[in-house]
Ligand binder design. Structure first.
Ligand SMILES: Cc1cc2nc3c(=O)[nH]c(=O)nc-3n(C[C@H](O)[C@H](O)[C@H](O)COP(=O)(O)OP(=O)(O)OC[C@H]3O[C@@H](n4cnc5c(N)ncnc54)[C@H](O)[C@@H]3O)c2cc1C
Length: 395
């Protein structure tokens, strides 16, 4: 007997549909509630690394991921006049078969297509959760209330389920003293599978092109000392903040800022991790960014969501008591989450050094050859973290 038979999942991005896939495989019913009116397509490129690739293979989607891969061929660091100061050949450090890049929307679509037995409820959200001992009664903005055996928050960094079950975000959030913005702009530089980036101390401005995506992406990253509430302010104020913070940066940054105004998908947020002592409360648990978001600086959020979904479903299938199953999920997943969250700090330091000396030193090290450089060491660490879980240990 399984611990649960009827699961409600909040969030239809990566973690939610991946969990639905594995619950279906274990014969457990699931419904997914998503606040957006439909699956979101396109988006930025994300990574599947290490054990997440094994999970994708077991899901039967790995060949399709390969067909849609958006692997970047060249990364160039340029000066204020656009002259190349250093470069990275991503293939020289990463192990190509253990690190795959794909558009977030493509991965969501591939996973979603495997979950034909799952009910999706778009355009709705959970408004309340009432634990009744042997179930959780959920109320919704749109649908009628319903009782489930388990509720899973797979609704991202600012998780609604986490807010309802565990309270406000503040105690669980680790701010990495940075803001990030990303949005679609025209591909003026004519890039082809390339990232072109410029640094000044504490700032990183980049344009990159991924095949299968419209135009190019503008990406702005700023390291700061003091946190403000700009990530919670209206979009117009965030754009004004970026113009002020990046306006004097040189290179293509002025054009990126001009084009930001018309971007259809402007994204701005603090660079934040989620760290919690426990991911479960009674019959409510958290998965992916909602429970252990590692921040975009780790590049491991997608892989954590994929592996977490696999391990959570397996634990629910193997134990006949939800508390034991959720404890087993945490025991196996926590070291993996911790190892991959640890990647974010060196990732941030590498991308946006705080001083001119740091930028020069990084570029010099890049020239020394990828395998000798800071990038080589960082990449080794990243790949090691991405492999640091035994998917079969629970069998
Ligand atoms: C700018 C940026 C760059 C990134 N780069 C990378 C990268 O290079 N590599 C990488 O691996 N990862 C990257 N990530 C992180 C990656 O996108 C996430 O870690 C990953 O998407 C986590 O998946 P998730 O399903 O847990 O959460 P999310 O993808 O955040 O999905 C949450 C879902 O929940 C839905 N939702 C939210 N609130 C509610 C609600 N109230 N009710 C119902 N549904 C709700 C949302 O609409 C969304 O569909 C990046 C993230 C950002 C923002």
């Amino acid at each position: 007997m399984t611990a649960v038979d009827n699961v409600l999942i909040s969030g239809a991005s990566i973690a939610g549909p991946a969990l639905a896939h594995w619950l279906e495989r274990h014969g457990i019913r699931a419904a997914v509630v998503e606040k957006a009116p439909a699956l979101r397509d396109g988006g930025y490129a994300i990574d599947l690394r290490g054990k997440a690739i094994n999970v994708a293979e077991r899901m039967g989607i790995l060949d399709a991921v390969h067909e849609r891969t958006t692997q970047i061929a060249r990364i160039s660091m340029v000066d204020a006049d656009g002259r190349r100061k250093a470069g990275i050949d991503p293939g020289a450090t990463s192990s190509p078969d253990r690190s795959l890049e794909i558009l977030r929307g493509d991965l969501v679509d591939l996973i979603h297509k495997t979950t034909t037995g799952t009910e999706y409820r778009f355009g709705d959200t959970i408004t309340g959760l009432d634990q009744t001992g042997d179930g959780v009664r959920a109320t919704f903005a749109e649908a009628d209330p319903q009782t489930f055996d388990l509720v899973v928050g797979a609704d991202g960094l600012h998780s609604n389920v986490r807010g309802i079950a565990f309270g406000p975000e503040a105690p669980y959030r680790r701010f990495l003293n940075s803001y990030i913005s990303i949005f679609t702009i025209p591909n003026h530089l004519g890039l082809d599978r390339e990232v072109r980036a410029h640094n000044t101390p504490g700032r990183f401005s980049a344009v990159y092109h991924s095949p299968r995506a419209e135009g190019a992406k503008g990406l702005l990253l700023q390291r700061i000392d003091e946190e403000s509430d700009i990530d919670r302010r209206p979009r117009e104020e965030q754009m004004a903040y970026l113009r002020e913070a990046f306006g004097d940066m040189g290179w293509e940054t002025g054009r990126i800022l001009d084009e930001m105004e018309d971007a259809p998908d402007f994204y701005f947020d603090s660079v934040t991790q989620i760290k919690m002592d426990t991911w479960s409360k009674g019959r409510v648990t958290l998965l992916g960014d909602a429970g252990y978001g590692p921040s975009p600086m780790s590049g491991q959020g997608t892989s954590l969501a994929m592996v977490g979904a696999y391990l959570l479903a397996e634990a629910l299938a193997q134990h006949d008591d939800p508390a034991t199953a959720l404890a087993a999920y945490e025991t196996r997943m926590r070291p993996y989450a911790v190892a991959n969250q640890a990647i974010a700090d060196p990732g941030l330091a590498f991308l946006a050094p705080r001083t001119a000396f740091g930028i020069g030193a990084r570029n010099l090290l890049l020239k020394a050859g990828p395998l000798l450089s800071a990038l080589g060491r960082f990449d080794t660490k990243l790949l090691k973290a991405s492999e640091a879980v035994d998917l079969d240990a629970g069998k």
